[in-house]
Design a protein around this ligand. Structure first.
Ligand code: T6T
Length: 327
């Protein structure tokens, strides 16, 4: 065998043993995930548990940053800092405004970060042919149906009669807007029921207490209240309790926090609608991993379900497992 051939053979063997490693070094074997919820609350803390479980199952890394209060002015700078890291491949986030968060999240796309929205959505939530299509997927509850469930439950307990009120959070939040719309649609099915008001508490339970207390005083025959999320339901329940009207005014609480469940046990709240934030978090990481591995069929929209909790089933383990247990 010529000397030249042996040299060429050895060089080829060395090259083959190095190139794949070099390629592997350039393209990380696993994606790095960013998680940016809407605010610090039990709903997103349970979602984070789902994110972390999937991250552990897939052997990934996650960078989690929570806004301390709700809104694009707080969420955007955190998003920009996450983009500036330069090491994230996917961002799992709950946009705090369906319009104002479009441009900031487009900047993530422009920086090469793929986006999955959880709980809330951008535009109209139709990422196939709606006004915003860049997110990989939208994973969340059917919030219009959630509002209808609340309305029908209230109608049921009130015998289809009475004045009702909505405690809402912020304008522009896709989820709570849809809950309010679904509730109004549901109430309209009962001619004997009248919506006497809807207030926005800016995601502050104390503001919710003040607004609800004022409504209870202004409308002495108020019969029911729908609290559209954690802070709204907590505030409404506390206002009813401090007004000594538990059992007289029926409260439907969206989100199964420990407070909501205690209010249910104390007869302040009639029904608790639990979302499935753990599922949202886990699925979002699984979709990122699937996309990273070249799966081209990640669904653009997944609807997670509800557990409807009342005094009769709250101790059923198959129901109680959806109560938001946070450390
Ligand atoms: O109700 C959840 C979430 O679904 C909504 O988008 C914002 O409020 C919560 O986080 C509860 O505070």
């Amino acid at each position: 065998m010529s000397k030249r051939f042996v040299t060429l053979l050895l060089f080829s063997l060395v090259l083959l043993s190095v190139v794949p490693f070099a390629v592997a070094q350039d393209a990380p074997a696993k994606p790095k995930i960013g998680f940016l919820p809407g605010v610090v609350d039990p709903f997103y803390q349970v979602m984070e548990i789902g994110v972390n479980e999937a991250v552990a199952d897939f052997g990934l890394e996650v960078v989690t940053q929570y806004p301390q209060t709700w809104g694009p002015t707080v969420q955007t700078p955190i998003l920009e800092a996450m983009i500036a890291r330069g090491d994230l491949d996917y961002l799992i986030t709950a946009p705090t405004d369906k319009e104002q968060m479009i441009a900031p999240l487009q900047a993530a796309i422009d920086a090469g970060i793929k986006v999955i929205t959880v709980d809330t959505f951008l535009g109209d939530g139709n990422y196939v042919d709606g006004p915003v299509t860049f997110p990989l997927s939208y994973i969340g509850s059917d919030n219009v149906e959630g509002g209808r469930i609340a309305a029908r439950a209230l109608a049921d307990v009130l015998g289809g009669q009475g004045k009702v009120y909505i405690q809402n959070t912020n304008v522009g939040v896709s989820t709570t807007e849809q809950r309010g719309a679904g509730f109004k649609e549901g109430i309209a099915e009962f001619p004997g029921m009248e919506l006497v008001g809807e207030d926005y508490n800016l995601d502050d339970a104390n503001t919710s207490v003040e607004q609800t207390t004022a409504k209870l005083q202004a409308v002495p025959d108020l019969a029911g209240i729908f609290g559209v999320n954690v802070f709204s339901a907590t505030g409404a329940g506390n206002a009813v309790r401090s007004s000594g009207m538990e059992g007289r005014v029926q409260v439907i609480a969206f989100d199964a926090t420990q407070d909501a469940i205690q209010n249910l046990r104390d007869g302040v709240v009639t029904l608790v609608i639990a979302q499935k934030p753990h599922d949202m978090g886990y699925l979002a990481v699984a979709f990122a991993m699937a996309d990273w591995r070249g799966v081209t069929s990640v669904p653009k929209h997944v609807t997670t379900g509800y557990a409807v909790i009342d005094a009769g089933n709250v101790d059923d383990p198959e129901v109680a497992k959806f109560i938001y247990q946070v450390p």
